[in-house]
Write a protein that binds this ligand. Sequence first.
Ligand code: ADP
Ligand code: MG
Ligand code: MG
Length: 200
Amino acid sequence: MARDATALALWLRHANAMFANEQAALNALDAAIGDGDHGANLARGFAKVVTKLDEATQATPAALFKLAGMTLIGTVGGASGPLYGTFFLEAAKAAGDAATLDDAALAACLRAGLAGVRARGKAEPGDKTMVDALIPAIAVLDGGGSLAKAAEAARDGAEATKPIVARKGRASYLGERAIGHVDPGATSSAMLLACLAEAS
Ligand code: ADP
Ligand code: MG
Ligand code: MG
């Protein structure tokens, strides 16, 4: 399936609705092992993204992703703002000047986004971060799986952060007290991919 910028904008609109609805739940996850603001951070950031989408139509997927990345960096703050911002900026670079993205091109954008998050945050698999959701999802796409299957893998990856200690971000200060709590960023990454699967 080929998706243009308008079709892909639906992803970001779904994400805005998702994070508005799940803001309190994500804040609660972050309150357990961080500072309780993850839901508010993302709700604020994606609301601003949608405001900008309403102001101007984006000509290409790259322009859309760049707008999202710049806006998230500018409004989300914290650890997750620059990381999600980098995700979308790297996705934009991978999209190039294509007018539409087919499944393979979209997967390449997501793969580049993950690589950007890893380069910026230096988190390894099992560090109890958003990459624990993103890595298995991209692996599904690399294996030819659907976005829906990738979103499921992200959800499972987020769940798998529950029994482990954190080695990156605020939760890493807690040591063993982080055990038993799902990572908020892994959860929001799984939500983001669920929104993409739904929009596509
Ligand atoms: P802050 O911790 O600054 O308040 P948020 O609450 O918005 O920022 O985001 C916290 C999330 O960011 C964590 O749950 C984790 O998934 C993610 N995170 C933190 N540090 C890193 C990192 N170095 N690499 C990848 N993800 C990270
Ligand atoms: Mg926080
Ligand atoms: Mg914070």
